[in-house]
Design a protein around this ligand. Structure first.
Ligand SMILES: Nc1ncnc2c1ncn2[C@@H]1O[C@H](COP(=O)(O)OP(=O)(O)OP(=O)(O)O)[C@@H](O)[C@H]1O
Length: 662
């Protein structure tokens, strides 16, 4: 930390501390009072008795500069606190509530910011009188618009971070999220801006004092001292130089400290969409008989109203999931996997519209109010996110983060929650969990951080655990440990897991059932072994063929699916995949295929033959998972290798040419 801050920071902090201390202790320091005329000659230069010399009236300049610091620093600190006190709540409100609140606050703020600051300051001081209180209030109020803008920006950024989403997923209330997750993080950039703000106010007060519009003589201020000394520039330059140099160094130090703090706390982008509670259901909800199962999703639809048109991110998805099973959701980027999970959890951006039904043990979650949803998120539905670094709050210890859901949802006391947190951390394989409670996220490795987020997701004993690409941010050896852990916890806790993954070998190895998504729709669905062994939908077949295999020769050219996914705003009629499909025929252009049932479900008018592929992907998945292979990479390779261990004899021609159109 010391090295990262640099010696300049420590020098600047030391200088500010020295000036502040001198200002506070001015009355007891061994020098004459600022207004005491000394017996020696006036305008005498610096000497051992008077290091800053004396002024035109023979007063000690050091004493006057030190007493002047009281006014300058007092106004600087006071005005910043006043601006912060008014601006911070408004900025947080605008950034967190957004919509109308944001629009109103920012409109008023823009008007305030457009008002000429100097005219305002001159008018108020001239009208109300030039004294310390009025100058402080004027400069404080002038700083409010900048504070609102800064705090709003920081709040917007943090409100989109995954640890805030994670808190929502755990059912934490808005007020608590604000205080526990957002305010501590916003405080860091606010502190850095406060130092820069103090520099600005010290200069502003100096300028007002120079114009004679600040605290009046005989009380010294730095600006006032410079003003007094300007007539002695030629005969006694030290009278101007002493306050000027001290003021310059102080302003420089404030700026330096503020700048170093800011560079230390640069907010990283999370890449998350703004997350809001789901908009009220506007799409017609379908009513389906509730089957006796843990999770039942019926005709779920999530649409976004965008300036370009309606984006159908999730379009009529249905599936069921039982306890003790893992369902994997696969598909290309943008196919709607994450939105499907967020739809189920009711954690969607405000511009979205959700339709359909989500039943959890028979309860229809789509009818739940935000308050009711909070009691489900955490205790019944848990979530593990892609990047454990952004899913954890960087300024709170692991202990506070893991104990929070236990205290909020399970009503545990501090001590009890701590004990439970230690057991939870131990259960996800964290060594020395007691010490871990005192650590911060940045002190942990990626794998350890993901174990912590898994522990948090499991803290209230959810029935279903959603894991949205939980290993993407981890290196490959850790990936296997984390997936193995999820699998083991699923067994121990008899819960269900919904796993989103790009990695088909991961899916083949750990999933019992699989959903293949394309352009927001399910195009193939069924037992993972069956789907990977006998893909009927050409898109699934192409995905499997595009998956890299360790058995591929060196310099093997990776197969790709030709073309690009369609624009969700302007989906063509018929099958959405037909433009990229080597088997498409005339009917595919006219009619969208329904989900046919033949062993498993697929949406294709011209499905691939039901004969097993030459690269059996997932024929013995549970066995593979239990077999505890010696190395994850070698283990994965069998998934796309022929049964006899030789390289898969599957067709190496580009996917669309495999079977000519019939
Ligand atoms: N706020 C939004 N407004 C409009 N469209 C959105 C919004 N959020 C997501 N989408 C669109 O919804 C579609 C599905 O997005 P989603 O994030 O679910 O894809 P994904 O399959 O999870 O992709 P990836 O694997 O890259 O995470 C995308 O086309 C995306 O552009």
């Amino acid at each position: 930390m010391r090295r990262r801050l640099g010696w300049g920071f420590w020098l600047a902090t030391g200088w500010i501390g020295l000036v502040l201390l001198a200002a506070l202790l001015a009355d007891v320091l061994p020098f004459p009072r600022y207004d005491e005329t000394l017996s020696g000659p006036p305008q005498s230069g610096p000497s051992a008795a008077h290091p800053f010399g004396t002024d035109g009236l023979g007063r000690d300049m050091l004493s006057r500069v030190v007493y002047g610091a009281r006014v300058s620093l007092g106004v600087g600190i006071g005005a910043v606190l006043l601006g912060l006190g008014i601006g911070a709540p408004l900025g947080i409100l605008a950034g967190y509530r957004r919509r109308a609140t944001d629009a109103v606050i920012m409109a008023v703020n823009d008007v305030a910011q457009a008002f000429p600051a100097l005219v305002f300051a001159l008018a108020v001081v001239a009208f109300a009188g030039a004294n310390l209180r009025n100058v402080l209030i004027v400069l404080g109020v002038l700083g409010v618009p900048s504070w609102v803008r800064l705090i709003r920006g920081a709040t917007l950024t943090f409100a989109e971070r995954e640890f805030v989403l994670a808190a929502r997923v755990l059912g934490t209330r808005d007020r608590r999220i604000l205080w526990r997750e957002i305010v501590p993080n916003v405080a860091v950039p606010a502190a850095s801006y406060a130092f820069v703000g103090m520099a600005v106010v010290v200069v502003a007060e100096g300028s007002l004092a120079f114009l004679g519009l600040s605290v009046q003589a005989p009380t010294p201020t730095w600006g006032g001292l410079i003003n007094e000394g300007r007539t002695l520039m030629e005969t006694a330059p030290h009278v101007v130089l002493a306050p000027s140099v001290v003021m310059f160094l102080t302003v420089l130090s404030f700026n330096l400290v503020g700048d170093r703090l800011r560079s230390l706390t640069d907010v990283r982008e999370s890449g998350l969409e703004p997350v809001r509670q789901a908009a009220p259901t506007e799409l017609p909800a379908t009513t389906h008989p509730i089957r006796d199962c843990l999770l039942q999703v019926e005709d779920l639809r999530t649409h976004f109203d965008t300036p370009r048109g309606v984006v159908k991110a999730v379009d009529g998805v249905s599936f069921t999931l039982e306890r003790g099973r893992t369902l994997a959701i696969v598909g290309e980027s943008g196919s709607g996997k994450s939105m499907l999970i967020r739809s189920i959890l009711g954690l969607l951006p405000g511009s979205s519209v959700r339709g359909g039904n989500v039943y959890l043990s028979g309860d229809d979650l789509t009818g739940y109010s935000p308050e009711e949803m909070r009691s489900v998120l955490g205790p019944r539905l848990g979530t593990v996110f892609q990047d454990p670094m952004t899913a954890l709050n960087p300024v709170r210890t692991i202990g506070t983060q893991v104990t929070e859901p236990l205290r909020v949802h399970l009503g545990m006391g501090r001590r009890e929650a701590r004990g439970a947190a230690v057991r939870l951390l131990a259960s996800v394989g964290i060594p020395d969990p007691v010490r871990m409670l005192r650590r911060y996220p940045h002190q942990l490795s990626g794998g350890m951080r993901q174990r912590v987020t898994i522990a948090m997701a499991l803290s209230c004993g959810p029935d279903v655990l959603f894991a949205d690409e939980p290993t993407t941010a981890l290196d490959v050896t850790i990936q296997d440990q984390v997936l193995r852990l999820l699998h083991q916890l699923r067994e121990e806790r008899d819960m269900a897991v919904v796993l989103v993954s790009h990695d088909l070998s991961v899916v083949a190895r750990w999933a019992d059932e699989v959903i293949v998504m394309y352009a927001g729709k399910v195009v193939e669905r069924g037992p993972a072994a069956e789907v990977f062994e006998r893909p009927r939908m050409p898109y699934t077949e192409a995905l499997l063929q595009a998956a890299p295999k360790l058995t591929d020769p060196v310099h093997h050219r990776l197969r790709v699916i030709p073309g690009r996914p369609p624009d969700l705003v302007d989906l063509p009629p018929g099958c959405a995949f037909r433009a990229r499909c080597g088997y498409a025929q005339e009917r595919c252009e006219r009619e969208a295929p329904p989900l046919f049932e033949d062993g498993h479900r697929y949406a294709c008018w011209h499905p691939r033959p039901a004969t097993p592929l030459a690269f059996p992907a997932a024929t013995s998945l549970p066995a593979a998972a239990e077999a505890e292979p010696s190395h994850p990479l070698t283990d994965r390779s069998h998934l796309f290798t022929a049964d006899d261990g030789t390289e898969a004899a599957h067709d190496h021609r580009p996917f669309p040419q495999r079977h000519p159109k019939s």
